[in-house]
Ligand binder design. Structure first.
Ligand code: HEM
Length: 122
């Protein structure tokens, strides 16, 4: 087994770290703990607090951060965004129990779930 354990976080978990004293952000499906970087960020604390606990990919890219910034990010990286957890726990739709053709129904749901997992949950 590889020695480094990989961490995954859900959007819900990341959203709890939404303040200056405890600030996580998502950039390109990677999770960064920027708490210690607040006062060092050349773009100011405000920019990071504004996107705390959220997906900041768009804001980050709009600024056009340099290679220096990208180097700095590797120190702040704590794990990846978990993309499929919500779907794994989804209960079957109510119609499945009331229908004689349950198996067929389930196949349809499985198909739509896999299609959704590619598009919706970022
Ligand atoms: C881990 C995340 C981030 C790191 C490591 C980082 C790092 C940096 C660095 C090194 C600079 C100096 C300019 C450069 O080298 O590009 C900078 C500037 C800046 N950053 Fe960030 N940044 C991060 C996230 C963000 C986010 C999420 C925002 C917006 C919400 C943001 C907004 C800005 C702004 C507005 C500037 C100033 C640009 C200027 O004055 O030219 N940064 N950042």
């Amino acid at each position: 087994m590889a020695s480094e354990a990989k961490m995954y976080y859900t959007l819900e978990e990341v959203s709890k770290h939404d303040r200056a004293q405890d600030c996580w952000i998502i950039i390109s499906n990677k999770v960064y703990d920027v708490t210690s970087f607040m006062y060092k960020h050349p773009g100011g604390r405000g920019a990071l607090i504004y996107v705390a606990g959220t997906d900041a990919t768009e804001s980050f890219e709009q600024v056009g951060h340099s290679e220096d910034a990208k180097g700095e990010m590797s120190h702040l990286y704590i794990g990846d965004l978990h993309l499929h957890l919500h779907l794994d726990h989804k209960p079957p739709p109510p119609s499945a129990t009331a229908n004689n053709n349950i198996q067929q129904e389930e196949e349809q749901v499985a198909d739509s779930n896999s299609a959704m997992s590619q598009q919706v949950y970022m």
